[in-house]
Design a binder for this molecule. Sequence first.
Ligand SMILES: [Zn+2]
Length: 435
Amino acid sequence: MSTFTVSARKYRPQKFSEVTSQEFVTQTLRNAVSIGKIAHAYLLSGPRGVGKTTIARILAKALNCTDRKNGEPCDKCESCTEIKRSIHPDVIEIDAASRRGIDDIRDIQEAAKAHPMKAAYKFFIIDEVHMLTQQAFNALLKILEEPPPYLVFVLATTNPEKIPPTITSRCQRFPLQRFKVSEISAKLKEIAAEEKVKIDDESLFLIAKLGDGALRDALGVFDSAVSYCGNKITVEELTSFLNLPQKEIYFTVADFIQKGDVKGALEFFNEQNSKGLDIQTFFNGLTAHFRDLMMTSSAGSAELLDEPDSIRDKFSDEAGQFSMDEIIRILKVLADAEGRIRYSSNQKIFMEVMLAELCRLKAEISDLSEILSEMRGAKKKALTEGAGGEAALGSGRADVREKDTGEAGTNPGVSKEEIIVKLKELFDAEEYKFN
Ligand SMILES: [Zn+2]
């Protein structure tokens, strides 16, 4: 029976050249190894899951490899194999999250005094180093002040600002970057091909996004998706497994909003809700959708979106349906509702009211332009009446003014009072919305 190895471990890079992105770091370390300029301490910082300990282990292998080429470890010799299996006596890994006290560092001090047993370098990898106590940092500083020539430390941390400057100033520092969604999805695609798993582009991007910048986390989602969907992953199956609404849902809702179709929007929402759509997830998704639409509209293309081409095309099409002003107003309503929906005792009703409000926004904007044009008409009428005292309607003078401003004729039958009432209604609605 074959045993299952999680992808994050199975596809853990074993050489500098295999590390996804972080080229600046891997290239610098590789050069340092090949020209023999090795520092006593390195500090690798960056968010979780970006490859800090992976790079530390590759460096340990590269330094101790018996068949090294151009700064790369062979990954085959006894030393490389032992480091890979975490049984090399001279490569010691410590998790400072669980071993953070002075005694733990004293053990390291003792161990550091002894020469390496079989390798050229004695190598300590201290993960989450910011967790060490002050005393432990002081003890570590003592070692770093006068390190024996064979000693190399790699300190890894997600919180470099918590490390005393006395320590960081003795380290060569390498900040590691979060992975881009496109980088993670490209890596997932490679792994899927290797594993003979068929997966569509939309699923790749969805899993990559769930990784939130960490390849390891994305690979975890990928593994669960494979165990649920088998060797063929489609976005339909994946979204149902993850209990996430598909992108398509938001395009449909945006379409109802664009058309001002309150009834359609509410029916559609209720249908999705009865199928088990989580309201908070839906709300977040809708906000993200209009944020993406804003990006598309402002950039004039969907290039910046972390989405597969099929979805980018849809955003480009949709951007033509909304003005920037409309998108901003919709986002304002959503942003305003964000805090309230979480604590609403009836999220469903809250969501329905909000959808209706969003559908009416477009109608209100045309109401507003209608009123503005009515106001201009009334102003002209008043001006004409005031200036001549004669009946403005049909007079040559009024005709000239119309032509001067180049505006279309407005409804002369609306009284000032009616306009004020209409304006008041509109501003009341605005107040309700944005306060
Ligand atoms: Zn080797």
